[in-house]
Design a binder for this molecule. Structure first.
Ligand SMILES: NC(=O)C1=CN([C@@H]2O[C@H](COP(=O)(O)OP(=O)(O)OC[C@H]3O[C@@H](n4cnc5c(N)ncnc54)[C@H](OP(=O)(O)O)[C@@H]3O)[C@@H](O)[C@H]2O)C=CC1
Ligand SMILES: CC(C)=CCC[C@@H](C)[C@H]1CC[C@H]2C3=CC=C4C[C@@H](O)CC[C@]4(C)[C@H]3CC[C@]12C
Length: 462
C-alpha cells in the first residue's frame, strides 16, 4: 500500500480549484459540449450495431449497413420492422438476472473482508481508503458459477450467452440511470462538496462527471466498484459462457477459444491481484464519475471487450499448433512487459529510487514541483528499465496482448479486431493527455525526461 501524498498535491495546484460552494469550476467550449452530447446519445448505437452484426449477420460489420440501406432504397416500409426484429429486445428474465448480478457484486464489495488500500490525494486534498477485496470476489463468483452450472446443473453455463441481447438492453438502462443518479447525487448529496468539477455545461457534466469519488459510506466507492467489479468480473464469466455455447453448438471447444479464455483470464486476474496498484492509475486518480465511466463500465466494457469470444461462437476457429503457440507466446510476452513496467514504476516510488532495476541501480530524475499553497515537493521519474525505453512502454505490453487476443480470431473479419483499434486510439490519446498534464506538473524536469527518453511509445517510430 502506498499513499502518494506529496506528488498528488500537485493535482490540487494544477487543476482549477473546485469552489467549496455550488458553481462553475472550469469552462468548456460549446464545441466540446456538443461533441460530448453527441457521444452521450450515440455511444449505445455503436454497441447495438456490433451486437446485431454478430447476432444476425455472422459478425460482418458491413452486412447490416448494406442490408438496411438496400431496404431503405427498395422497400422503406419494411426498414423499421426489420430493425425492430434485428435489434436486441427488453427481456424481464435478463433484466432480473442483471439486477441480481449487480446486487450480488455490490454486496460482495461491501461485505467481503479485504485489506484497505489508499488512493492518491484527490484534487481537494482527500486521501481515501478503498476496500481491496476484488480477488476474493472474483474467486467466489467463479466458484459459484462453475459449481452452480457444471457441478450442480442449476443453470446452463451458457446462461449469459443465452440472454446476451436482453442483458445488453438491461445494461444500457442501468448505464443511463447510473449517469443520471451520479449527476443528481453530485448536486443534491455529494460525498465531498470540495471535490466536484462543474463546467457550466449540463451535457459535459453528465458525460465527464462532477464528483471525483461519489461514495456510500466510507469505502463503497462508485468509481472503483464500477470500473473494477461487475464489468471486469463478468468479463471472464462471459468468456466461459461463450465457450459453453460453442461446446453446445459444435460439441467441442476450439483451441482459439481456450487460448482466448486463458489470456483474458491472465489480464483480469492480474488486475484483481494488483488491485491496490490500480488505485494510483489515471482512472482512479484523475477521472470524475459520469457517463464515460458509468455507461462505459456497464455496457462498453462487458460487451465490447468480449467481442472476440462472441465472434468465436459464431465462427469456431481451429488454429494450427504453430499459430496457437505463437499467439500464446505473444500474449504472455505482452503481459510480462505490461506487468513488469507497471511494477517498476510503483516499486521505484515506494523505495524512493533506492532499488536495482535490471541488475543496475535505478536511474531517476528527482523532479520538483510546487503546489498551490506555495510548497515545493519532490517526485521520482524513472528513466531506466522499461521507462528508459519509451515513456509509455507499459502500453506496448498491453497492445501486444490486445493484438494476440484479436489475432486468435484470424484475419477474415474486421469485427474481432475492433478491440485492438480501440485500445490503440485510447492509449495514444492518453499519451497526449498525460504528457500535457506531466509537463504542467514538472515543467523543465519533464523536459529533461523527454530529452533522455525521446520516444513516447515505440522507439524510432513514435
Ligand atoms: N484495458 C484497458 O481498457 C486499459 C488498460 N490500461 C492499462 O492500465 C495501466 C495503467 O495505465 P495509466 O493509468 O493510463 O497510465 P500509467 O500507469 O502509465 O501512469 C501515468 C502516470 O505515471 C506517472 N509517470 C509518468 N512517467 C513516469 C516515470 N518515468 N516514472 C514514474 N512515474 C511516471 C505520471 O503520474 P504522476 O503525476 O504520479 O507523476 C503519469 O501521469 C497501463 O498498463 C495500461 O496499459 C489503461 C487504459 C485502458
Ligand atoms: C464511453 C467509453 C468508450 C468508455 C470506456 C471507459 C472504461 C470502460 C475504460 C476506460 C479505462 C479502462 C481501463 C483502464 C485500466 C485498466 C487496467 C487493466 O489492468 C484492466 C482493465 C482496466 C481496468 C480498464 C477497464 C475499462 C476502462 C475503465
Amino acid at each position: 500500500m502506498t499513499v502518494g501524498i506529496a506528488e498528488a498535491k500537485t493535482v490540487k495546484a494544477l487543476q482549477p480549484q473546485p469552489r467549496k460552494t455550488w458553481g462553475r469550476t472550469h469552462e468548456v467550449s460549446s464545441g466540446l459540449a456538443l461533441i460530448t452530447g453527441v457521444l452521450l446519445l450515440c455511444c449505445p448505437v455503436g454497441v447495438l450495431y456490433f451486437w446485431t452484426a454478430c447476432t444476425h449477420y455472422e459478425c460482418s460489420l458491413y452486412a447490416p449497413y448494406a442490408a438496411w440501406t438496400d431496404l431503405l432504397r427498395t422497400d422503406p416500409a419494411r426498414l423499421w420492422p426489420t430493425l425492430r426484429a434485428e435489434l436486441p429486445h427488453f427481456s424481464p428474465a435478463a433484466f432480473w438476472l442483471h439486477a441480481a448480478w449487480l446486487l450480488f457484486q455490490g454486496l460482495l464489495y461491501a461485505y467481503l473482508p479485504g485489506p484497505i488500500g489508499f488512493g492518491q490525494q484527490t484534487p481537494a486534498g482527500h486521501i481515501l481508503p478503498y476496500k481491496v477485496n476484488g480477488l476474493r470476489a472474483w474467486l467466489l463468483t467463479h466458484a459459484l458459477f462453475l459449481g452452480g452450472s457444471l457441478g450442480l446443473g442449476l443453470f446452463p453455463a451458457s446462461i449469459i450467452y443465452d440472454h446476451w441481447g436482453g442483458l445488453l438492453v438491461a445494461s444500457n438502462i442501468y448505464g443511463y440511470l447510473l449517469t443520471i443518479y451520479a449527476y443528481m447525487k453530485a448536486h443534491l448529496f455529494p460525498t465531498h462538496t470540495d471535490d466536484r468539477k462543474f463546467s457550466g455545461s449540463i451535457v459535459y457534466d453528465l458525460f465527464m462527471g462532477i464528483e471525483h469519488n461519489p461514495r456510500i459510506g466510507d469505502t463503497w466507492d462508485f468509481k472503483l466498484f464500477h470500473n473494477g467489479r461487475p464489468g471486469i468480473i463478468a468479463w471472464t464469466l462471459i468468456n466461459l459462457s461463450f465457450a459453453a455455447a460453442q461446446y453446445q453448438q459444435i460439441g467441442r471447444v476450439t483451441n482459439s477459444m481456450v487460448l482466448l479464455n486463458l489470456l483474458h483470464a491472465v489480464y483480469v486476474v492480474d488486475f484483481f491481484y494488483h488491485e491496490d496498484w490500480y488505485l494510483r492509475t489515471i482512472d482512479i486518480a484523475h477521472d470524475h464519475f459520469g457517463f464515460y465511466l458509468a455507461w462505459g463500465d456497464s455496457v462498453w466494457l462487458p460487451f465490447m471487450y468480449t467481442l472476440q469470444s462472441h465472434f468465436l461462437v459464431r465462427h469456431p476457429i481451429d488454429l494450427s499448433t504453430a499459430a496457437a503457440s505463437a499467439l500464446l507466446a505473444l500474449g504472455l510476452v505482452g503481459y510480462y512487459i505490461f506487468r513488469r513496467a507497471n511494477n517498476q514504476k510503483d516499486r521505484t516510488r515506494k523505495a524512493d529510487g533506492k532499488l536495482s532495476i535490471w541488475g543496475k541501480p535505478a536511474q531517476v530524475i528527482r523532479a520538483r514541483y510546487t503546489t498551490g499553497d506555495g510548497k515545493t515537493h519532490q517526485s521520482l521519474l524513472l528513466t531506466s528499465g522499461f521507462w528508459g525505453i519509451s515513456r509509455h512502454f507499459n502500453y506496448v505490453g498491453d497492445l501486444c496482448m490486445c493484438f494476440a487476443f484479436c489475432a486468435l480470431c484470424s484475419f477474415d473479419y474486421l469485427l474481432p479486431h475492433f478491440y485492438f483499434l480501440y485500445m490503440t486510439i485510447l492509449l495514444v490519446h492518453r499519451i497526449q493527455r498525460d504528457g500535457a498534464r506531466c509537463k504542467a506538473k514538472y515543467g523543465t524536469y519533464w523536459d529533461q525526461y523527454c530529452d533522455k527518453v525521446p520516444y513516447k511509445l515505440l522507439p524510432f517510430i513514435y
